[in-house]
Design a binder for this molecule. Structure first.
Ligand SMILES: Cc1ncc(COP(=O)(O)O)c(C=O)c1O
Length: 392
């Protein structure tokens, strides 16, 4: 039996080993580890791939989001709206700042925050006047965080329109979507550079992964970028003077050096992910509707650039049986996400609109192996393995 791993980081490292170790050695020789020129170079490079947003290197995607929320001044008495079908960090940052989370359900086809449900929440559950948008319990809605889940951008035109009507800032959680394009009504945009604020994660398994934790905060406005630079360094400006409380959210030079070396390959890696996805989609077509492949809503307008396939997530009512079938064949899979955030014990006090779509996604979603170094033979084994389940 050939084992097909869900993910294997060692393959990518093997192909870039000497180059990357050379870069790491150069940073070690410099003995300059905190921020510095490598971080600045990486910030510039990331800025240029997401619409010239100001990019501020952070110690993780989580810390980038936390710093953005701190920069917006959110705290007790405020509310933040997001999707319950995402990784914990999206909501955890707000909760740590004493904010109340409001979970609004997702769209069934895309797994992303539903613009329709968001509009319903704002227009029917909230009140809006010159002081801003307030929830029924009097909290000020300070941000909406749409998550570009699995590498596909949310319906940002609709979300931005709703949020601008109610004057609520939008922070794109682009942790999983670096490089994903979005055909907005104002032209082609890139994940993280569609709204006012955004952030990336460079967690090792992301499409662009560091050798540890790393992230990037993005802002349209230079004043916010300046604030973020102060916040990531304990709120210190100038040295040993603190007008605001910040944290240690700095990006390491070693991580920036790794990421700078990997960045030129990101386009080709995304293309390979797309190619694998198309293979699966073609093979799985005959099993619909029992098995649903991810949708590609922007395929007609922008082809393969609208989904970076951080994950290839299928849906089936027989998810657990399919997973067990693939496990017996030696094929790795993962469940993103088994418990939606509104059902997590630690968020019991938060507000959730009914989220039946997220709850069914949590029961039916299954992620299959997809990473650039997966061989054609392995892709075929996965495709045939899934097929043998539905042909039974
Ligand atoms: C959707 C989402 N948001 C936020 C994060 C947090 O990023 P990090 O792990 O870099 O802190 C992640 C990554 O794990 C994520 O997938």
């Amino acid at each position: 039996m050939t084992f097909v791993p869900f993910f294997d980081l060692k393959r990518q490292f093997r192909s870039l080993r000497d180059d990357i170790l050379g870069e790491l050695t150069a940073v070690c020789d410099s003995q300059s580890f905190i921020l510095g020129p490598k971080v600045e170079m990486f910030e510039k490079a990331v800025s240029s791939i997401c619409g010239d947003r100001h990019a501020v290197g952070m110690s993780s995607g989580t810390d980038a989001e936390l710093a953005l929320l701190m920069g917006l001044g959110v705290g007790p008495g405020d509310a933040i709206v997001t999707s319950p079908f995402t990784f914990f960090a999206t909501a955890g940052c707000g909760a740590r700042l004493g904010v109340k989370l409001v979970f609004v359900d997702i769209d069934r086809d895309t797994f992303n925050l539903s613009a329709k449900r968001l509009e319903e929440f704002f227009s029917t559950d909230c009140t809006f006047d010159e002081r801003g948008l307030r929830t029924s319990d009097g909290l000020l809605v300070k941000a909406v965080i749409p998550v570009h889940l699995f590498g596909l951008c949310c319906a940002m035109d609709e979300i931005l329109l709703i949020c601008s009507r109610f004057r609520v800032p939008v922070i794109e959680d682009a942790a999983q979507a670096i490089g994903a394009e979005y055909p907005s009504s104002n032209g082609l945009k890139r994940a993280g550079g569609i709204g006012e604020f955004g952030f990336f994660s460079f967690y090792p398994t992301k499409n662009l992964g560091a050798f540890g934790d790393a992230g990037m905060a993005l802002a349209k406005d230079s004043a916010m970028a300046d604030r973020l630079k102060v916040i990531r360094n304990h709120g210190m400006e100038p040295k040993y003077c603190h007008d605001v409380v910040g944290g240690n959210f700095r990006l390491d030079a070693l991580q920036a050096a790794v990421l700078l070396k990997k960045l030129p390959y990101l386009g080709a890696w995304s293309e390979r992910r797309w190619e694998i996805a198309q293979h699966y989609r073609t093979e799985f077509g005959e099993f619909a509707p029992a098995l649903q492949s991810p949708v590609e809503p922007f395929r007609e307008s922008i082809g393969n650039r609208g989904h970076t396939y951080h994950q290839f997530v299928v849906r089936t009512a027989k998810r657990d049986e399919l997973r067990e079938h693939l496990r017996a064949l030696g094929i790795g899979t993962e469940i993103y996400y088994p418990i939606p955030l509104h059902l997590q014990n630690c968020f019991a006090q938060m507000t959730a609109k009914p989220c039946p779509v997220s709850e069914s996604a949590a029961r039916e979603a299954l992620a299959l192996p997809i990473f650039p170094e997966l061989t054609d033979a392995e892709v075929e084994i996965v495709a045939k393995g899934v097929g043998s389940f539905f042909k039974k």
